[in-house]
Design a protein around this ligand. Structure first.
Ligand code: B3K
Ligand code: ZN
Length: 858
């Protein structure tokens, strides 16, 4: 497959101002008549032909201006038509088989209903069209089909007509907002809606619907409330108002990702819609609120202003992730949300940025765009915009975004347009800052704190590591929030923002008789890694009293990570180990006993750094040793702190269920304590987890208990897993949890379990949620995935090969864990490479998997 390059961008020679589509719907056969008005694009080079993208389509009929076309041919999957004049009407009929569409791109069937997914290039599986985001058209869509099978017919925009005749009925929809084809959507099925309304700040009355299957209606309240909160928040914080009289959300159980922001008709994975306390965890509730917000916010950052080409993806995704992060922070605990976001960034994006798949947030080339919906484009993209916000301050940043929305409304824009608008609106100079868009790799900042006389000096030096295709980098402006604490008073004189704009710089601060304690990169103001030699006592100090909750969390993480990295590397003698563990335990105990903390935040401070984060700190990781040392530390802390843990658990267990922050925090600390107990006193942990499981009146407690049990060999493990299955059989989202719990468990036989589960009657490769719950959970479980004999790697390679012809997008998403081989000890690295080689050697790989495997082999 050819490589597509950003620098080759050229505007499309034709405009398609209007398109009309008529769908004659059927599960096995859907007929699509597409009529488009095309005219020459004055801003592009003239072309004697128009290229209409297709993917697996044949034109059943084709006319130009009602008659024969001057000439046309298939070029691969595309239809190329010769056009002589300046304006034409092209009409093409295509036929598709939605039920045979296992890729879940284009029009497909899911549980008897029909739905679409077009981003990025799915529209070309429905109709021949210039399937690129810079061709914007006004859509009118007529859909007709059997009334009994598809009682509900939905499309973008507003419904403008409906009717019936015999067993069939039809509906016509019109979307007044010009949009690219990737935002087209259609749904036909037997659905019911929770209906509500929202009055916008301008007084527009908007009908809101959340469409689900009949039995799911009572699990839609949280989604609806989240939607209304999103609409209000976007008005208040970004001044963005909704622009149609109708907003529909449809939940679908077969879906390649989380959700899709189609204009006026968002389509969601059921996972991000359905919730009630019995079936959804606190994490699920938060996920729903975040994703509903995210898709809604796309209406402005994505739909009103879309992307010129797919290299600009972070224009809409990075910005929209930032918007959903700020929204969730405002709806719940802002510090905890920030910590969660940083954990995702470090757990997923940092490894991506330091591996063979590293790419800038605005990539320079791709073969398959689906492979670039990455944590880099999304999460690092959000961090880059967040840095601009930190440097400008909230008020000026809002001026920048107002200018951006104003200036580019209705356009297909670029990342450069965004930066320019922020620059003009805020007055910041972002000339060098633009490098964050162009350069991949997580910058490393080496920090030295010196103290002389009354002056504290901070020396900073940055390096941006080489990444594939980018051996040499320029320094990037790095905004670091910092505070210098007086050791004796425990206070600091105010937070400062310094920007490291060059390769290195020095910042001096006066008035310190004694060497201060430095709190750096507060709130994680820059997505970088900081390397510094910091005395453990300073970390203990910050963990106990830093007034920035993120920095407190960071100090706890650094304490544990520092110890674990040293222990894994074999750098510590027994005495040093003991001293470090004792310090960590003391810091943790202070956290447990600090009554100024709420439990949600306490839980963050109690969390151990993840395996992948520890591995990321090491040039070459030994997964077995990391796992062993991490478990040993957990056991040690569990034993040392048995009694404070016990007291905290008891206190938390008395708090009654509610969805409020206090009860949520209580649930979080309870399960964390179970995790420590599982390592220090497994028999006790089994007992306590079984007790928590039995008396649980909500999914968070129940799943937490079962997660711990799943890792411990015991009768209770078998019993409770069976109980859980029987209790929830038939509820796909909960059965997904049942698969995932077992696949991510610390049980010694986890590989056997995963193999057996892949044969389970409820397992299917056709449903992406199910595949993720078994295999992606397993690939993220270092203990199983990195089994020393390579069996875990083989399991994932086998999955990829079997899944690739069914669902290439999902198959390709399992490749990156194997691509980490360069950073793993040689024995496993060889086995990982062999697994990749075996995939690469397979005939007829999809473009998705082929690209990921070849890049991973590098
Ligand atoms: N924009 C979609 C992602 C589409 C992914 C296509 N492979 C969801 C989102 O980011 O909101
Ligand atoms: Zn998005």
């Amino acid at each position: 497959p050819p490589e597509i390059r950003r620098e080759d961008y050229a505007p499309f020679p034709w405009l398609v101002p209007t398109i009309r589509m008529e769908f004659d719907l059927g599960l096995e056969k859907t007929r699509v008549r597409t009529t488009m008005d095309v005219e020459r694009n004055p801003a592009a080079d003239a072309s004697p032909t128009i290229r209409l993208n297709g993917d697996g389509l044949q034109p059943v009929s084709l006319t130009c201006d009602g008659g024969d076309c001057a000439g046309h041919m298939m070029d691969g999957d595309d239809l190329v038509i010769t056009l002589e004049g300046d304006r034409h009407t092209i009409e093409i009929v295509t036929e598709i088989d939605p039920s045979g569409n296992s890729q879940l791109m284009g029009l497909y069937a899911s549980g008897g209903m029909l739905c679409t997914q077009c981003e990025a290039e799915g529209f070309r599986r429905i109709a021949f069209f210039p399937d690129r985001p810079d061709v914007l058209s006004t859509y009118t869509v007529r859909m007709s089909g059997p009334k009994a099978q598809f009682p509900v017919l939905l499309c973008n925009g507003n419904r403008t007509g409906e009717g019936e005749g015999g067993d069939t009925h039809w509906a016509e929809w019109h979307d007044p907002w010009p949009k690219p084809s990737y935002l087209f959507a259609l749904v036909a099925g037997d659905l019911v809606a929770r209906t509500d309304s929202f009055t916008t700040m301008g007084g527009r009355e908007v009908e809101l619907n959340v469409w689900v299957r009949e039995g799911d209606l009572d699990r839609t309240e949280h989604a609806m409330e989240s939607l209304k909160r999103s609409m209000k928040w976007d008005e208040e914080i970004f001044g963005r108002e909704y622009d149609l009289d109708l907003f529909n959300i449809v939940a679908v159980s077969d879906f390649n990702m989380g959700a899709m922001e189609n204009k006026g008709l968002n389509i969601f994975n059921t996972k991000y819609v359905l919730a009630d306390p019995d079936t959804a965890t606190d994490g699920d509730y938060d996920g729903i609120e975040g994703v509903i917000g995210h898709e809604y916010f796309h209406n402005w950052s994505g739909n009103r202003i879309t992307c010129r080409d797919w290299f600009q993806l972070s224009l809409k995704e990075g910005f929209t992730v930032l918007r959903d992060q700020l929204f969730s922070a405002d709806m719940g605990s802002a510090p905890v949300k920030r910590i969660e976001d940083v954990r995702v960034l470090r757990g997923v994006q940092f490894p991506e940025d330091s591996g063979p798949l590293a790419h800038p947030i605005r990539p320079d080339s791709y073969r398959e765009i689906s492979n670039f919906y990455t944590s880099t484009v999304y999460n690092k993209g959000a961090e880059v915009i967040r840095m601009m916000r930190s440097m400008a301050g909230e008020e000026l940043f809002r001026k920048g975004t107002d200018l951006y929305f104003d200036r580019h409304d209705g356009e297909a824009a670029t990342c450069e347009d965004f930066v320019k608008a922020i620059e003009d609106g805020t007055g910041l100079d972002l000339v060098r800052f633009r490098r964050w868009y162009a350069q991949a790799g997580t910058p490393k900042v080496v920090l030295k704190l010196e103290h002389e006389g009354e002056t504290a000096k901070i020396r900073l030096a940055q390096t941006v590591p080489a990444t594939p295709g980018q051996p040499v980098k320029e320094p990037m402006p790095i905004p670091l929030k910092l505070a210098l604490f007086d050791r004796s008073t425990g206070k600091h004189g105010g937070e400062e923002l310094v920007v490291l704009g060059e390769e290195s710089a020095e910042f001096a601060f006066d008035g310190f008789a004694e060497k201060p304690v430095l709190s750096i990169n507060r709130t994680f103001s820059a997505p970088v890694s900081i390397e510094r030699a910091v005395p453990r006592e300073d970390l203990v100090f910050l963990a106990a009293r830093d007034d920035d909750p993120f920095a407190r969390y960071e100090a706890m993480q650094e304490l544990m990570t520092g110890y674990l990295v040293a222990a894994v590397s074999g750098d510590l003698g027994e005495n040093e180990r003991e001293a470090a563990r004792a310090d960590i335990a003391r810091a943790l105990e202070a956290v447990i006993e600090d009554d100024r903390l709420d439990d949600l935040m306490r839980g963050e401070l109690m969390m151990m750094p993840s395996h992948s984060y520890i591995a990321e700190q090491m040039l070459v990781a030994e997964p077995g040793r990391i796992h062993a040392e991490r478990e040993a530390l957990k056991a040690d802390l569990g034993a040392r702190l048995a009694s404070p843990f016990h007291a905290l658990y008891d206190r938390a267990a008395k708090i009654e269920f509610s969805l409020g922050a206090e009860a949520k925090g209580a649930r979080k600390v309870k399960t964390l304590i179970l995790g420590y107990a599982a390592a220090s006193d497994p028999a006790k942990a089994v007992e306590l987890a079984a007790w928590q499981y039995d008396r649980a009146d909500n999914m968070t407690d129940r799943q937490g208990a079962l997660m711990v049990l799943a890792g411990l060999d015991s009768v209770e493990r078998t019993d409770k897993l069976l109980d859980f299955y029987n209790r929830y059989r038939g509820n796909a989202l909960v059965i997904d949890k049942w698969f995932a719990l077992q696949a991510s468990s610390l049980h010694p036989q986890v590989i056997e379990h995963v193999k057996a589960l892949s044969e389970h009657a409820d397992f299917t490769l056709k449903n992406p949620n199910r595949v993720r719950s078994l295999y992606m959970a397993f690939a993220a479980n270092p203990h199983g995935f990195h089994a020393a004999d390579g069996e875990g790697y083989d399991l994932i390679a086998d999955l990829i090969l079997e899944l690739d012809p069914i669902n290439a997008q999902t198959a390709a998403r399992s490749v990156p864990p194997l691509g980490r081989w360069r950073r793993i000890e040689p024995g496993r690295a060889r086995l990982m490479r062999e697994a990749l080689d075996r995939i690469a050697a397979a005939p007829r790989l999809s473009r998705d998997t082929f690209e990921q495997v070849t890049r991973s082999l590098g």
